[in-house]
Design a protein around this ligand. Structure first.
Ligand code: MSP
Length: 530
């Protein structure tokens, strides 16, 4: 494939987001990861890769139990409600996830029990005693080094000293093997700064055995060999990446090899149910830096313990601040996906969120910036371009729109190469820039060629000029599809074409896909100005 040196998806693509804690409803941070994953999933489906996109809810642990009780509800009832609010939000944002995994799902729990039993039988889990500082907010043990002024830096609360009988996971056993795999990029961590952080963590102190069970937490997965204990919430949560593919906890030969039985066929719109585990290993797991450390230590160590292949890439995107501040209920600056959709529409919200920052770097967002970008890129950019071009074409006799070969054809090929290279390297923002440059270029072409004058003067050049404009818009719509699927489909429709979802990619990106004599139809304004 063009312009990229590390594409090795074998025509299958498995992408995950973290399972989000259901102690609160979805906010813009969760939305960012989910929309970014959706863009990549839609892109891979569009190019014909057999694709599986997983997201879900992380429902166990002391904190969630506490929040549920405070709300006067049983944990199950409470998590049912919050998990539903996540599903609703993703539905509203047109997220194309193939499954929504909930860790309180009985099948998930059974698989977790089976997996932990396997690790226990192998001797990787043993009974010990654990004593450490524990932050209830993080659901994680912290070391003195992690604290700032004696407090958890994320939750600003004092961690408690905990000492208890606990089953321990022999994490230390996997130190050398994991470090080697991370250094060699067998387990790739992107961007490179994040890989360096992980490597230096391994090299300075590295992995110690960790507590893998809790005696005093009832809301969790019971250890099958000792029912007084429930599984450490992260151990339970990580396995979602496998149970989300309907894995039942058995370690079979094809899974161990990670070859899978995925056939190379177009997957658009399929919802899989059987044999999904063949999608493992994940091609990319998206998350932000808050949970990189555990994903680069405990998670791959569990996989090694289970004799399973590691994910190919962990991609760590940046963390959002709202107008320079951490998002929090007490500051009252939480932005929800619903707020965005209400103001900017579904595709406006999707676009604004994924274009807010360079993918992989922290970013500052806020309503003013969103308004500005919406008007510049969508109302005055794509929306205006599509509307004025279609309006001109509608005025013309359709038989006069002619495909004449010229150098625009070459240019579009270069843009596609760059666009594919960007998305296949997870440079989502670079993909967006290519689309916006295409829009600017076409705006310039229109200003230069003045098709309205050509129409008025019945100039014969108008046929080719209008063809170029409309064909170019068709390409822009295709490129925009992973980001703004509905808008892209509407543009395709107004060009008298069928659904993008059904196109054959290699054909669709050739110059000349727009038929001569097409029936161009006006559509409603795509992005009304704010
Ligand atoms: N439940 C764990 C993950 C378990 S995965 C086996 C968890 N959940 S979470 O609800 O706290 O979600 C964290 C993830 O949400 C981050 O890794 C990131 O993907 C997303 N974000 C939450 N807040 C964010 C920002 N402010 N900015 C960007 N993304 C962040 O951790």
């Amino acid at each position: 494939m063009p312009n990229s040196n590390k594409i090795n998806f074998n025509n299958k693509f498995y992408i995950t987001t973290p399972v989000y804690y259901v102690n609160a409803s979805p906010h813009i941070g969760h939305t960012y990861t989910t929309v970014a994953a959706d863009v990549l999933a839609r892109y891979h489906r569009m190019i014909g890769d057999k694709t599986f996109f997983l997201t879900g809810a992380d429902e166990h642990g002391a904190k969630i139990e506490e929040v549920a009780r405070a709300a006067g509800k049983e944990p199950q009832e409470f998590t049912d409600e919050v998990a539903a609010s996540f599903q609703l939000a993703w539905g509203e944002l047109n997220i194309s996830n193939d499954n929504f995994i909930r860790t309180s799902n009985p099948e998930h729990k059974k698989a977790v029990q089976k997996a932990l039993q396997f690790m226990y039988d192998k001797g990787d889990i043993y009974l010990g005693k654990y004593e450490s500082l524990y932050c209830k907010g993080c659901e994680q043990y912290l070391s003195e080094k992690d604290l700032v002024g004696g407090l958890c830096p994320d939750h600003k609360i004092k961690p408690e000293m905990m000492s208890e009988e606990s089953y321990m996971f022999k994490l230390s056993k996997y130190q050398e093997e994991l470090l080697a795999k991370i250094k060699s990029d067998e387990l790739e961590i992107l961007p490179i700064e994040r890989k360096n952080e992980v490597v230096s963590f391994y090299e300075n102190g590295g992995l110690n055995d960790i507590s893998f069970s809790r005696k005093n937490v009832k809301w969790g997965v019971q250890l099958p060999w000792d029912k007084k204990h429930t599984a450490y919430v992260w151990a339970d949560a990580f396995l979602n990446y496998l149970t989300g593919l309907d894995w039942n906890g058995s370690i079979n030969a094809s899974l161990v090899k990670g070859v899978g039985g995925i056939k190379n066929e177009k997957s658009t719109n399929l919802r899989y149910s059987r044999g999904n585990i063949d999608f493992w290993p994940a091609d990319v797991q998206l998350m932000s830096k808050d949970i990189l450390r555990v994903h680069a230590t405990i998670w791959p160590a569990m996989l090694l313990s289970l004799n399973l292949p590691l994910p190919k890439t962990l991609f760590i995107h940046g963390y959002f601040l709202i107008d320079g501040q951490k998002m929090s209920k007490s500051l009252g600056n939480v932005i929800t996906p619903g707020d965005l959709v209400k103001k900017y529409g579904v595709d406006g919200a999707r676009y604004l969120i994924v274009s807010a920052t360079t993918f992989g770097h922290d970013g500052n967002i806020g309503w003013d910036k969103f308004d500005e970008k919406y008007n510049a890129d969508l109302a005055n950019g794509l929306g205006n371009l599509a509307a004025r071009s279609v309006a001109l074409a509608v005025k013309m006799e359709k038989s006069k729109i002619k495909n004449k070969n010229d150098n625009l054809k070459l240019k579009i090929k270069q843009s596609w190469n760059r666009y594919q290279g960007a998305l296949e390297d997870f440079r989502i923002d670079a993909g967006i820039n290519i689309i916006n440059n295409e829009i600017k270029y076409l705006d310039g072409y229109i200003t230069e060629n003045k098709p309205w004058e050509l129409i008025k003067n019945e100039d014969e050049r108008v046929g080719a000029v209008m063809y170029n404009i409309l064909e170019r818009i068709r390409h822009i719509a295709l490129m925009a599809y992973p980001f703004m699927p509905d808008t892209a489909e509407k543009i395709y429709e107004s060009l008298g074409l069928g659904m993008i979802e059904k196109v054959k990619f290699e054909e669709a990106i050739k110059w000349g896909g727009l038929e001569v004599g097409i029936n161009v139809k006006k559509s409603n304004s795509l992005f009304p100005r704010i």
